[in-house]
Design a protein around this ligand. Structure first.
Ligand code: FAD
Length: 325
């Protein structure tokens, strides 16, 4: 078959943006190989999710409804995905290169004996086969991966493609998938969410990010004040995280999160290649740095050469005036 099957991740009863993104790119690839895009979803109480996936273009949704799989489980999810692939017979399978996807897909590839490209940022069809591009050396070089197997698996770096828009009246056909899980060797007992009411950085539309120059965790509050006024999330460089000014889940970059907001405000961040690897795809980049030669300015759309301890509160005040009348 010439279909593209995507794995839809979900959280708190909502399909994640990464799944909408996979449906969007999946649809484009499927139309080039003469097939359709389909989704699979794992868990319990999946009906609303299936409707949502249909509105974003999935023609069929393979559903593994199983009480043992309400929380992520590598072995159980691998069995579920492999069973769906065997039932759906797609030629391409896409999952997000999220922690879940990166953990899951190599096991599924080994199970099915298929080729795998991990953490790709571009996908094309070349002579009917998938051509996947992945960055190496922190994005300094790109590698093209081609497949020798009929089944082609790829994990896609979040925020590499747009998410598309839902279409009312578009629905998906639900296809139940039965999986014999056997005895799972380990189960996740509890998933504890980090305490934050801001959107996750990978889903945020605006991000205010701080570097080592913030000098303390306490000083990060000036970034949170600006973020509160404009409705942004707060990120950090690795140097700020390593110095204990911000928790690791705020780290943006090669070994942190890859983000794709509409606006990224980098405050006192030098612009090292490993940081750029995580935020270079932001639509508009604003950099505040007191060094006019800082490398971040070569990537910024707007540069403010200033001391961030003066510039950030000033921006907060001005945005407040503008937005709150
Ligand atoms: C394998 C590997 C993986 C890595 N992964 C990541 C990653 O995921 N994310 C990441 O961010 N880094 C990562 N790094 C680290 C990266 O190389 C840099 O060390 C780091 O990004 C630097 O952080 P910084 O810009 O906050 O600090 P610095 O490089 O110290 O820069 C501070 C900047 O702030 C400016 N400044 C100082 N005071 C002020 C002020 N008062 N007002 C305005 N500007 C001021 C300075 O001019 C300077 O440009 C990685 C490194 C390695 C080797």
């Amino acid at each position: 078959m010439s279909n593209v099957l995507i794995l839809a991740e979900h959280e708190n009863g909502r399909v994640k943006k990464s799944a909408h993104e996979l449906l969007n790119i999946g649809q484009k690839l499927a139309s080039q190989i003469g097939g359709q895009v389909e989704a699979m979803v794992i868990g319990q109480g999946l009906n609303d999710l299936i409707q949502d996936l249909g509105s974003f273009g999935a023609k069929k949704v393979y559903a593994v409804e199983n009480a043992q799989l309400t929380k992520y489980n590598t072995v159980g999810f691998a069995k579920a995905l492999a069973a769906s692939v065997e039932q759906a017979k797609p030629s391409i399978v896409l999952v997000s290169a999220s922690p879940l996807g990166k953990d899951l897909l190599p096991r599924v590839a080994a199970k099915l004996g298929s080729g795998l490209a991990n953490d790709v940022t571009d996908l094309k069809i070349n002579n009917g086969k998938l051509l996947a591009t992945r960055p190496v050396y922190s994005g300094k070089a790109l590698v093209d991966v081609t497949f020798n197997t009929d089944l082609q698996l790829a994990s896609v770096r979040p925020n590499s493609f747009g998410a598309g828009e839902p279409q009312s009246g578009q629905t998906a056909q639900m296809v139940p998938v039965a999986v014999d899980l056997g005895t799972l060797p380990a189960m996740m007992k509890e998933l504890v969410q980090g305490k934050s009411d801001r959107p996750d950085l990978t889903e945020a539309e605006m991000i205010v990010s701080g570097g080592r120059s913030l000098k303390s965790a306490d000083n990060f509050k000036i970034l949170f004040e600006l973020a509160d006024v404009i409705g942004a999330s707060v990120g950090a460089s690795r140097a700020a995280v390593d110095s204990g000014y911000a928790p690791h889940d705020m780290q943006v970059g090669q070994t942190g999160k890859v983000v794709n907001p509409k606006l990224y405000i980098a405050c006192g961040i030098s612009g090292a290649i490993q940081h750029l690897a995580g935020m270079r795809n932001s639509k508009v980049i604003v950099a505040i740095n007191k060094d006019p030669e800082a490398p971040i300015f070569t990537k910024a759309d707007y540069g403010i050469v200033a001391d961030l301890f003066q510039a950030v509160p000033l921006l907060t005040t001005e945005f407040k005036k503008l937005l709150q009348g």
